[in-house]
Design a protein around this ligand. Structure first.
Ligand code: NIG
Ligand code: FE
Length: 426
């Protein structure tokens, strides 16, 4: 076999597959002095450094940790406009829900997003997603939810899918994100529009359906009706659940077969039990917890019940303007009590599971060919803990997506004989 790409001499490879031959440190599947070969977009071989197949290109992993390409399972990366003013109002004491109920917050982004063209939205999303990929994200979930009409919701999903040259994009329809200003006080009419008009227009552009079931947004019955309608059209189910007020949506969505439920700051024991019973992944969003100065979800209870824990940035212009998955991992540990291992699994394997894509977020023969090569901060040996300990300290050296080196320019390369080679970016 001649591989397309070989990443050789990796100081520490974390496969996220505990069963990797020779690996230690379950559940991360750690191998020292290892190599990974890619062929036809997939992982073709994993083994000891220096023993890999011939390859058209070789990357030098010395001094680096390699992980599967990162998966961000929850973002609102398509939007127009700014809410920097809202940030200042919240610093001065206004609450997120007060601002939303007064027509700001999400509704302010809705006004600005409706006014933007498909082309402008695509360019904005592309710039944000390019930033994420440079940080190692190779798959990102992107939601609608700032359009709130059939045409504007579809425009957002089209924009997300039109982004080229960035991470793999998985789209989610979130028409039920807020009641738009023009239907204020007529929630029934808006729920009917979501189900009867938005869903048929948007389902072909989305893989999943989401709802924001909360105070100031949609109630449990409305949320369940919307999720059921989406599921009937073949969409995967997920929900913004138990964030500001407890509603019971986590358990209800789990019972509907949700792949994940997200936020969970106010999750109760019944919700934990339902998620465990249905195999629903918990997507933790420490950025929103930090920015809203909220309390943590019940991580210990979720762990105890065996619920998989994923980590998302929730990148959006209001509650979580957080662009960096490494910072997010550190926040997950410090604010929510994750272990280093849980944080790293949460941004890889568990995040793939949250999206209903179990082929993502781990490295083994046949897995998707995504890998990030990262250095610990200066002076730290290559280790899982050092990557997470330093807030924003991880230094991404190279990103491989679909078996191709995609970032950054000047990634470190050597030939099999140890001679330096000049590796062009594919
Ligand atoms: O996941 N909580 C509701 N929705 C988003 C916030 C979006 C926004 O503030 O624009 C969230 O936090
Ligand atoms: Fe969100």
């Amino acid at each position: 076999m001649t591989a397309d790409l070989l990443v050789d001499r990796i100081s520490l490879l974390l496969t996220m597959e505990p069963g990797t031959p020779g690996a230690r440190d379950a559940p991360l599947g750690a191998l020292e002095d290892a190599a990974v070969a890619f062929l036809d977009g997939k992982v073709a071989w994993i083994g000891p450094a220096g023993q890999g197949p011939d390859a058209a290109r070789v990357l030098d992993g010395r001094g680096c940790v390699a992980l599967p390409g990162l998966v961000d399972p929850h973002t609102h990366a398509v939007w127009a406009g700014s809410r920097a003013d809202e940030f200042q109002r919240r610093l001065a004491g206004a609450s997120y829900t007060e601002i939303l109920e007064a027509g700001g917050g999400i509704l302010s982004t809705v006004r600005q997003t409706r006014a933007a063209s498909l082309r402008a939205l695509t360019a904005l999303a592309a710039a944000r997603l390019a930033g994420m990929r440079a940080r190692g994200v190779t798959t990102v979930e992107v939601k609608s939810g700032y359009g709130l009409t059939p045409g504007d919701e579809r425009k957002m999903l089209e924009a997300a899918r039109a982004v080229t040259g960035g991470p793999r994009v998985v789209t989610t329809f979130l028409g039920a994100h807020a009641v738009p200003a023009e239907l204020r006080g007529r929630r029934d009419a808006y729920v009917a529009q979501v189900i009867e008009e938005q869903l048929p227009a948007c389902a072909p552009w989305a893989e999943a359906i989401d709802v924001y079931c909360d105070r100031g947004a949609f109630d449990l019955d409305e949320a369940v009706a919307i999720l059921q309608a989406g599921r009937a059209l073949g969409l995967k189910v997920r929900a913004h659940a138990e964030q500001v007020a407890y509603t019971g949506i986590a358990a209800a969505a789990a019972a509907l077969g949700a792949t994940c439920v997200d936020h969970l700051e106010r999750l109760d024991p019944a919700g934990v039990a339902a998620m465990a019973a249905h195999g629903t992944v918990a997507v933790l969003l420490p950025g929103a917890q930090l920015y809203l100065r909220d309390s943590a979800p019940p991580v210990a209870a979720l762990r105890e019940a065996g619920v998989p824990l994923a980590l998302g940035t929730d990148l959006n212009p209001g509650s979580s303007p957080l662009h960096d998955p490494w910072t997010n991992a550190t926040l997950g540990c410090l604010l929510q009590g994750l272990t280093v291992e849980e944080a790293l699994l949460g941004m890889t394997r568990a995040a793939g599971q949250a999206l209903g894509h179990p082929e993502l977020g781990h490295l083994g023969p046949g897995a998707v060919g995504d890998l990030v090569l990262v250095r610990s901060p200066p002076g730290e040996p290559p280790s899982a803990a050092a990557l997470v300990q330093h807030l924003g300290g991880a230094q991404v050296r190279a990103v491989v997506q679909g078996g191709r080196l995609v970032a950054p320019p000047g990634a470190p390369g050597t030939g099999r004989d140890g001679q330096s080679t000049d590796i062009a970016i594919a």
